[in-house]
Design a protein around this ligand. Structure first.
Ligand code: MN
Length: 256
């Protein structure tokens, strides 16, 4: 995060490695001056992602194990803990309490607890966290195993209640918000309630759809207008807020 670069967008949660041509997309993000936290869904994917992104000033790879995959890849949790020792960005991690992942829920809690404890021990770790239908348990585990001096938690595409988001704010969490959240009243109420110094942006590309197509990290440039409208301020003010927050988060992870 160079102080000299005038960033045009920030994508704190997207899946670059699910794009058909990751090196091309990385180049596009660099040309457009988009800072990206690129999540991975299995620890085994990290080495390739690191190779693609290690020389980029804009796109940064995170090591993760997606909660939806914990059922089949529980055995990789040890590798994940090991890699957290060498990578300060961690994600996608968290819990998914949806009915189809219920059977792996205890394992998910175990893996997420281990991720938090390992991150807490190393310190200076930034986590991007999935919490669908599991916001309360995510807050419980974050509070139990980490503190915000050592672990900076970003709740990605948060869909819990207002009281849960307030609890997460108290625990020191940040929130990465996206265009889909801005489209419904519930998401808008949540975003309006988040303290402005905890606000970040994301696309969850390619999983979110925009104008009937798959999203891309380049779409993160477009969110500022709608976000500013919701917050009742000028676009440039919102952009400036997110820029300040983004610099803080990257600095926390040792990325200048
Ligand atoms: Mn995701």
């Amino acid at each position: 995060m160079s102080e000299n670069i005038n960033y045009r967008g920030f994508d704190f949660h997207c899946h670059i490695d699910l794009h058909p041509d990751p090196p091309y997309l990385i180049t596009r993000c660099e040309k457009k001056r988009i800072a990206v936290l690129a999540v991975t869904t299995t620890p085994k994917a990290w080495t390739q992602n690191k190779l693609w992104m290690q020389h980029s000033d804009y796109v940064h790879a995170a090591v993760g194990l997606h909660p939806e995959l914990v059922g089949e890849r529980y055995g990789e949790a040890g590798l994940l803990e090991e890699l957290i020792g060498e990578c300060r960005l961690v994600g996608e991690v968290g819990l998914d309490g949806s009915p189809q992942y219920r059977s792996s829920y205890d394992k998910q809690k175990d893996v997420f607890s281990r991720v938090l404890r390992t991150s807490q021990i190393h310190g200076g770790r930034v986590l991007t966290i999935h919490s669908r239908r599991a916001a309360r348990d995510v807050c419980d585990l974050v509070e139990k195993h980490s503190n915000p001096d050592n672990v900076l938690c970003i709740l990605h595409w948060f869909s819990g209640s207002l009281s849960e988001s307030r609890r997460a704010v108290k625990a020191g969490c940040y929130f990465s918000v996206n265009a889909a959240m801005l489209k419904n009243d519930r998401g808008r109420a949540l975003i309006r309630d988040i303290p402005s110094d905890r606000l970040l942006t994301e696309t969850d590309a390619p999983f979110m759809s925009i104008d009937g197509r798959k999203s891309s990290p380049l779409d993160s440039m477009r969110i500022f207008g709608d976000l500013a409208g919701l917050l009742g301020e000028e676009d440039r003010v919102t952009r400036q807020r997110v820029t300040v927050n983004a610099r803080h988060v990257f600095r926390f992870a040792g990325i200048d």
